[in-house]
Design a protein around this ligand. Structure first.
Ligand code: ZN
Ligand code: ZN
Ligand code: ZN
Ligand code: ZN
Length: 313
């Protein structure tokens, strides 16, 4: 269990205090992150798995998108929020490709841009030519998700202001990631899809969890700014909050009830297998000490010991 960074710990880029958030992880585990919404930077402790549940992502996205980025160009050198040593650049290999982060050499944690944190989890994707033409039809500019800067040249793959890769939200992947809570995918209520979003080409309702293009007019779903994400967060959050934690499996409960009970121990299972403890004992409300102090069990064990000694001598 980590201890939260003192609230006064400054952002390594802008020196404003970092904001500490306890986000919901899978199976209702808490994931602690410290973030600077102005710089779109996230700090997380070493070995802390950033496996956020859908509600955790909603919390993080809200914290990040509520405040516009200060469009600050990140300093070339930044220090660890714990020990103030300079952070060194590392490349993380994920199944979605390489992403970069800054790491404390003493193992205190990693600093990552918000964009790369999401890209590392496959929630962002490359901008395709069809996305650029959809944006042109909508008379919108491709924005940098990291700093919010617009007006990039059509060929640009990197933001001219902050040098972040120009990526856009992978809408079906993000929508599906948001719909997982307590390790279970959310069951949408029957009837009209409460997450339906209007196609920006023709207004046809689209399912953001499955449709990256409109089946009616073939217009691509392009979210290259965080404002586009907010209606989805607003639609998903009440559904997630209404989802109750799933019932513990009966076996899990039984095993828990048996903790400290001799019948849950490997020795007892072995004795039972070797017929050294009777099935009657099994059902009886006796604990380990009674059973092991039972002279018949000891006698059976002793007989077995002698037999083994004779056999292997
Ligand atoms: Zn900052
Ligand atoms: Zn450090
Ligand atoms: Zn940028
Ligand atoms: Zn359409």
């Amino acid at each position: 269990m980590r201890t939260p960074i003192a609230t006064s710990a400054p952002c390594p880029a802008c020196q404003q205090p970092l904001r500490h958030l306890a986000l919901e992880g899978h199976y209702a585990k808490s994931v602690a992150v410290d973030l600077c919404a102005g710089c779109h930077l996230v700090w997380f402790d070493a070995f802390e798995s950033v496996r956020l549940s859908g509600l955790g992502w909603v919390q993080l996205l809200r914290a990040m998108v509520l405040q516009p980025s200060s469009r600050a160009v990140l300093p070339r050198s930044m220090s660890c929020v714990r020990c103030r040593d300079p952070l060194s650049a590392v490349r993380n290999q994920t199944r979605f490709g390489h992403t970069a982060a800054l790491e404390c050499r003493q193992g205190h944690g990693q600093l990552q841009t918000f964009t790369l944190l999401l890209a590392e989890r496959g929630l962002l994707r490359q901008v395709l030519p069809s996305d650029r033409s959809a944006l042109a039809q909508e008379r919108r500019a491709l924005q940098c998700l990291q700093c919010g800067a617009g007006s990039h040249t059509p060929e640009a793959t990197q933001c001219a202001y902050c040098q972040s890769p120009l990526l856009m939200v992978d809408v079906p992947r993000l929508a599906s990631a948001l719909l997982v809570r307590h390790g279970d995918a959310l069951q949408l209520p029957p009837g009209a899809n409460p997450l339906a979003m209007a196609c920006r080409g023709c207004g046809h309702p689209l399912d953001p969890t499955a449709q990256a293009r409109c089946p009616r007019c073939d217009h691509a779903v392009v979210w290259s700014d965080w404002l586009s994400v907010r209606p989805l967060l607003d639609a998903v959050e009440p559904l997630l909050r209404a989802q109750q934690p799933r019932q513990a499996k009966p076996w899990g409960t039984r095993l828990q009830a048996q903790q400290g009970d001799h019948r849950a121990t490997q020795l007892h299972r072995w004795l039972r297998h070797a017929n050294l403890v009777s099935a009657q004992d099994e059902g009886a409300q006796r604990d380990l000490r009674d059973s092991l102090l039972d002279w018949r069990s000891w006698l059976r064990l002793a007989v077995l010991g002698v037999a083994l000694w004779v056999f292997f001598r």
